[in-house]
Design a protein around this ligand. Sequence first.
Ligand code: FE2
Length: 261
Amino acid sequence: MILQEIIYKIESFAPLAMACDGDNPGLMFGKKDKEISKVLVALDVDLGVIREAKEKDADLILTHHPLMFDPIRQINETTPAGRCLLELADGNIALYSAHTNLDSAKGGLNDIFAEKLGILGTKPIEVTYTDENGISYGIGRVGTIEEEMTLTEFAAFVCKKFGLPSTNFVGDGNAKVKTVAVCSGSGGSLLSEVSADVYVTGDIKYSNARNAADSGQNLVIAGHYETEICAMEVFKEILSDLPLEVIFSEANKNVFNYTEG
Ligand code: FE2
């Protein structure tokens, strides 16, 4: 099938209009009329993932994180994006990314995040899109958990849910947690809009954490990779009824390692 049909399927699930301002989702590289039979799905794209696609004869790489955010003036081997674009061209491999539009979509990354923590009655923290029926979509989710717990207990619960050996949290460990806000990936930009007993996000700048502490906001950090790796399953599900072979990247791993002690 041609790439345009795959793009239509992805954007029916996660319309580009749901993306945040300044984001750059969409077709990063390639022609829309390219014939596609095998898709390699990854969280990020780098040379290792592109070489894996070449080895496995994939025609398209599908990622959550876009390769480029800023305009590129030269495509050569001196930048990571330039090296990737040259490698994609060499292998005649297309690259498509669905980023904050996939975070916002119904059944997208933020819904999965909220569901994983048992958050009920969710609504977006920041609305990015309202459809013709007046239904709002957007970044982050806020709602309530069934049973109140302390911040320390809740942080431990987040660790367990995301398979983390430990985590950072901000706030008084004895504080009561009932309303919970979440944002997959880097959620620092939403801090001022969050109104909940605790805000859980993938990662955050130290200065944001300091401001949150000074404002009496409780935070739990759940890992950027850990909160977004579910994108692979979401992509697979979106493409499930198309005549395509969809494989998960083995080269794309968490850039952060954990050590003991
Ligand atoms: Fe991310």
